[in-house]
Design a protein around this ligand. Structure first.
Ligand code: CA
Length: 421
């Protein structure tokens, strides 16, 4: 597809992507946007210009909210209609005439250079669950913390392990996070200590946003689970490893995970990711019938993590891929609801750390440095076992095939020194 908007080579945002987000488009004015190349497409303005009037949905006011929840609630047919309308209006051949009124209006008011807008949290996150669905990650962690010979716990290959997380501290890319303080139990000590974490880590993850609700008591079947998913984001599940290893027994992570998780600002729809479907890893032993899926349920999405020290250049420290996930999104949602747990529009479900098979593809510092025993060298000559104050963490993700590239934009956060207690 060619657009009359110039799209830079290797852009994450061709006309086939059309992600959805929320932006402060001018100071004090917040509304829904899409993106083409280096422009935010102002959906509220396009609605005012009657672009969506001939669709069978009433979008009046829907794009004026400060979150996408109301738009998401309209359902997949409505999302698809907006997507097709944008692909039509921004197609290179749509405006035959340079002084067409709509063309002039869109150019004057409907497009904002991306550097002139501030991207905001795209959804009100109603509930948040974090899975643990990468077999490489679960194996690595099991080897480090438990028994190298029996790294995976007996349940792991039978169900997508997860835990309920905290929605209040999920923030958009560009939000900086203070080093958390908490209790740790240093090796050999008799009593716990209190202070800033010494093992600040990232977790490379992706998350999906739920687009359709269920009633309490209902279960989403694995074969229909994608109908309940609006789209994907990049997700950085910041973690404090020393706090985690002391607090997690027996109920799992708590304060080591809920001090800030960062999402990319654009929600990329399943429609945009259609061309990048791939077969997931073979599951052995066979899963129970309610977890069985058919067809291509994984997605080939390249995922890179960079560390950028203050005033220095970016260092690529991890190159992984979403295709490695052992448990797919359909299995995750089917499992989550099999007991009758209801889900809501705006729920966020994170994948768990996405590690690949080779050491350069491990999705956390814990694994990359093998719990600090193999530090990573950076281009400025410094070393990292974990993340230092004033380091910036950047996750980028994109799918690429036959000349088509669909990306997510950056998921960025800077680690600030701990606040005084
Ligand atoms: Ca996690």
């Amino acid at each position: 597809m060619k657009s009359w908007i110039e799209i830079p080579e290797n852009s994450d945002f061709p006309l086939e992507n059309l992600p959805f987000g929320i932006a402060e488009v001018v100071p004090g004015k917040i509304n829904a946007v899409s993106r083409i190349g280096d422009y935010a497409v102002d959906l509220e303005k396009l609605e005012w210009f009657h672009v969506f009037d001939d669709l069978e949905f009433n979008f009046e006011g829907v794009f004026s909210h400060s979150t996408l929840n109301a738009f998401i609630e309209m359902g997949h047919e409505a999302h698809l209609a907006v997507r097709k309308k944008l692909q039509q209006v921004f197609d290179a051949d749509y405006f035959k005439d340079d002084d067409d009124d709509l063309f002039v209006s869109i150019q004057a008011f409907g497009l904002h250079r991306i550097e002139n807008v501030t991207m905001l949290m795209p959804v009100k996150v109603t509930d948040y669950t974090d899975f643990y669905s990468s077999i490489e990650h679960a194996t690595n962690v099991g080897m480090m913390f438990r028994d190298p010979a029996n790294a995976l716990l007996p349940n792991w290959r039978h169900l997508p392990v997860g835990y309920h997380g905290r929605a209040s501290s999920i923030v958009v890319s560009g939000t900086n996070i203070h080093r958390p303080k908490g209790q740790t139990m240093p090796a050999g000590a008799e009593r716990p200590e209190f202070g800033p974490t010494k093992m600040f880590d990232f977790e490379l993850e992706m998350a999906f946003v739920v687009g359709r609700e269920t009633e309490l008591g209902d279960s989403v079947k694995a074969y229909e689970a994608e109908d309940y998913i609006f789209g994907f984001l990049l997700f950085n599940d910041l973690s404090a490893r020393d706090i985690q290893s002391w607090e997690y027994v027996p109920l799992g992570p708590f304060l080591s995970k809920n001090f800030g998780s960062v999402v990319s600002p654009w929600i990329v729809t399943l429609d945009a990711l259609e061309p990048f479907r791939v077969q997931g890893p073979e599951q052995d032993p066979q899963v129970l019938p309610y977890l069985k899926t058919e067809g291509l349920r994984n997605f080939d999405i390249n995922l890179d993590v960079f560390i950028q020290p203050e005033n220095e250049s970016e260092n690529l420290v991890c190159r992984s891929n979403f295709r490695h996930m052992y448990w797919n999104i359909c299995q995750q949602l089917a499992h989550h609801t099999v007991n009758g747990c209801n889900i809501t529009i705006g729920d966020l479900y994170a994948s768990g750390t996405i590690s690949g098979p080779d050491p350069g593809s491990y999705g956390s510092m814990l694994e990359l440095t093998w719990r600090g025993s193999k530090p990573i060298s950076l281009s400025d000559g410094s070393e990292r076992k974990f993340i230092n104050d004033n380091d910036t963490l950047i996750i980028r993700g994109y799918a690429e095939k036959d000349g088509l590239r669909i990306g997510f934009g950056d998921c960025v956060t800077k680690v600030l020194p701990a606040n005084p207690y």
